[in-house]
Write a protein that binds this ligand. Sequence first.
Ligand code: GLU
Length: 460
Amino acid sequence: MPDRLRFAPSPTGYLHIGNARTALLNALFARRQAGAFVLRLDDTDRERSEDRFATAIQEDIAWLGIPPDEVVRQSERFDRYQAAVETLKAAGLLYPCYETPEELETRRKRRLARKLPPIYDRAGLFDDDATRRRYEEEGRRPHWRFLLPNYESDPREIRPTQVGWTDLCRGEQSVDLGSVSDPVLIRADGSFLYTLPSVVDDIELRISHVVRGDDHVTNTGVQIPIFKALGAEPPRFGHHNLLVRADGEALSKRSGALSLRSLREEGYEPEAVASLAVLTGTSTTITAVPNLRDLAETIDLGAINRAPARFEPGDLDNLNAAILQARSFDEVAERLAALGVGGGEAFWLAIRDNLVRLNDAADWWAIVNGDFEVDLDPADGELFDQAAGLLPAEPWDETTFSAWTKEVGKATGRKGKSLFQPLRLALTGRASGPELRRLMPLFGRRSTLDRLSAHRDRTR
Ligand code: GLU
């Protein structure tokens, strides 16, 4: 059976780089195993889920380079969840509870005061029919809880019960069901919480590996018995550490901070985002991996640290620059054209080492076209005039700059920084940038002359 993995976001906001970590770990693991990658939209919460976010999620993971093989929406699968509910009810494993949140809170406090674990005492399980009818007559509606297998024969006697699994990321793991409340699977308004639909879908979609954030470890302890109660073998589980910003600011789907959308709009390369998202907080050094095939090869779930994966958003700039330096002209030609950038391959090869984001190419294109302002030092006026007089005839190539500056050096007695820095400023308006030997042929003689004589207008 081929491996099948899924990424299961709820469409309540835009995906951020932390969500990308989960999505990529699943998608790239599946890809490496020649398995399938399923996008499951967890949209059972009709109020908070929005279609525009569901669409955006699909666009964003396609941009990352991991379009799913299948897409399913939980909102279209309620009949399956209902069938599972019937199975659990028939097995006596799903029971109605009529407590209000306030009543539960009072009981929780009472248990804490008695130094008992503050878990639900299962009172609802023992309500008789008459009591339940009375609650209904009072207008109460039940929520439904799953009976955890944390007792021997009497469910009143909850005892320590370890449920264990070999975690793909964390090794041997266990959760003590004796210290967990019976989970609510259905709210009083009839809506499903995440716990049951997720299990039902993982079974029906034949998911082989569930890789998700380590905030789900306790959920796994609770979900394993639900898999079993529904007659299914649980999948393998892996819980990866969560990405957190080094400055402590939280990543949140709703705040939009570091959303894939905003990173794309800012001009970051998906491979840079993917490299940072996948490699942070692992034993592999964070480097820019220019294609996802190679990134997939680096994935070793067992080498993911347990501590939170702290990352510096600023590191994205270095990774992005490294990715751009490895890009061929063909790979970027279309996007450059969309930015209004011309100059063909020669321009791209001249500037690609000087970009942080692709959008910066537009600035260099303006410079190539002589579209910039600069204040030149009047003391360099003579240098510019002599340099203009020594400009060779065209055609120019990449040797032109060095032959020319050698002559200018001889004529002016300048060398090193005092020669090159003013020339660079006059020709590009900037103190640093792409190699002038590559830029000069793009400027051409006419435009280079203009740049060298511009100081006359400005210093007059
Ligand atoms: N919708 C859940 C979440 O976003 C999915 C968790 C899971 O992968 O099972 O946290």
